[in-house]
Design a protein around this ligand. Structure first.
Ligand code: ATP
Length: 235
């Protein structure tokens, strides 16, 4: 069963169309990875799903057409977005950032969720009273992910979680994503340049080139296909 279906998606910035009829599916309870070169349109796909850019085509979430709905309504339906660069508030503490994640629910539910994610990321608990700006890059990425999860989304969209992180920290973040999927059943759609790592945790992968989907296949198929790896994935 698919939690998200994207059909004939076009998106433009001003007069420039950058997505030209994107189609793919995000199966429920899986990790789907979007791969592609710089400028292929990966970030724009995530922005389109959450209603941040002008689009045509159809995006269905849990069987419901969410195309053109406002960002806030889409978030309240259960779609959380961790943008590239993480989007945490540097002049707020770790805990204040997490509370923002619960803005659409009650204080009691938010406090329980924050406790859950402190247990999952103990380093965030240790740094709960520190300003987010003082965290390391890896800790900021964990904070951004935890903040998105405080809202208990059904679908978590992540844009380049490895950006600017050392390889060891990137591996930690990806290991956390695997555990999040297993322990909470959250469906994950992740855009990632580090194809090798992403294909290790991905169930299914969507390859994007110049605003078009080249293929969607099980992640293991891409990892084993040398011609695709060389032509598109750079390893
Ligand atoms: P990267 O890996 O570099 O982040 P990407 O695959 O995520 O790339 P997008 O950021 O979606 O690609 O960009 C797709 C195209 O849209 C690129 O040609 C980019 O220059 C253009 N673009 C992105 N954002 C804007 C914007 N705000 N205004 C105009 N053009 C944009």
């Amino acid at each position: 069963m698919n939690l998200l279906t994207v059909e004939g998606l076009h998106a433009r910035y001003g007069s420039a169309e950058v997505l030209h009829g994107i189609e793919f599916e995000v199966p429920v309870d899986a990790v789907t990875v979007i791969l592609g070169a710089n400028g292929a349109g990966k970030t724009t796909i995530l922005r389109s799903i959450c209603g941040m850019v002008r689009t045509s085509g159809r995006v269905s979430f849990d069987g419901r057409d969410i195309t053109g709905m406002g960002t806030d309504r889409i978030a309240r339906l259960g779609v959380a977005h961790v943008p590239q660069g993480r989007g945490t508030f540097g002049d707020l503490t770790v805990e204040e950032n997490l509370r923002i994640g619960g803005y659409a629910t009650t204080a009691a539910v938010t406090e329980r969720a924050i406790e859950q994610w402190y247990n999952f990321f103990p380093r965030l608990r240790e740094r709960r009273r520190q300003l987010a700006a003082g965290l390391s890059g890896g800790e900021q990425q964990m904070l951004a992910i935890a903040r998105a999860l405080v809202a208990r989304p059904r679908l978590l969209l992540l844009d380049e979680p490895s950006l600017g992180l050392a390889p060891r920290i990137t591996q930690e973040v990806f290991a956390a994503l695997g555990r999040i999927k297993q322990e909470t059943g959250t469906t994950i759609l992740v855009v990632e340049q580090n194809a090798h790592l992403a294909l290790e945790i991905g169930t299914s992968a969507v390859l994007v080139d110049s605003g078009r989907v080249v293929a969607q296949r099980p992640a293991a198929d891409f990892a084993q296909d040398e011609s695709v790896r060389r032509a598109y994935l750079g390893y």
